[in-house]
Design a protein around this ligand. Structure first.
Ligand code: GAR
Length: 203
């Protein structure tokens, strides 16, 4: 059985949608653990209630990024995951960490990458006057919010949107594309080839 480790920092709604979809679709893969860098992350309670092992690796307990990332990698390695899923995990990761999990580390970002990397994506999309916004699932590389794109979803930006309304519209799509992307990767329907993600299905 394939194994997934999910990393969170907060609410955990993407983690929850992964859990719910995995159960509803009877995935043969297992969410082996949920790990947070924040002890008070609300998502930890949701995972615990579902009987999923949880762990906290608090970045405040470490002197620098290298030490934190080494401890985090060790915590993840215990579960020998096929896929490490960042779901609202709000830490910049070192090159060592990213290389250690190369090809197994994925993230969801609330914009249509390569537009709006970084924080505050919804307000920046509104300020830029774009007519479409969305979310991107991508492999993680050492360049922040870059890396081969696995899936994207598009939403319209309405003239009266504020960041909160737009975020909610995007989040609904995140909850759809992230579980689908994970399943497609685990089942080999999508593969990384020459730095791009391609479908293995016959067209
Ligand atoms: C999601 O919108 C996710 O795309 C974003 O944080 C939110 C987490 O929500 N991630 C990033 O901004 C990563 N740079 P959740 O905890 O409810 O899944």
């Amino acid at each position: 059985m394939k194994r997934i480790v999910i990393l969170i920092s907060g609410r955990g709604s993407n983690m929850e949608s992964m859990m719910t979809t995995a159960a509803a679709e009877r995935w043969s893969a297992q969410i082996a653990a949920v790990i947070s860098n924040k002890p008070d992350a609300a998502g930890l309670g949701i995972a615990r209630d579902a009987g999923i092992p949880t762990a906290v690796v608090n970045h405040r307990d470490y002197l620098d990024r290298m030490q934190f990332d080494a401890a985090l990698a060790a915590a993840i390695d215990q579960y020998q995951p096929d896929l490490v899923v960042l779901a609202g995990f709000m830490r910049i990761l070192t090159e060592n960490f990213v290389n250690h999990f190369a090809g197994r580390l994925i993230n969801i970002h609330p914009s249509l990458l390569p537009s709006f990397t970084g924080l505050d994506t919804h307000q920046r999309a509104i300020d830029a006057g774009v007519k479409f916004h969305g979310a991107t699932v991508h492999f993680v590389t050492s360049e922040l919010d870059h890396g081969p794109i696995i899936a994207q979803a598009v939403v319209p930006v309405h003239e009266n949107d504020d960041a909160e309304a737009l975020a909610a519209r995007v989040l609904e799509k995140e909850h759809q594309i992230y579980p689908r992307a994970v399943r497609d990767l685990l089942e080999g329907r999508l593969v990384l080839k020459g730095g791009r993600v391609v479908s293995t299905e016959v067209h």
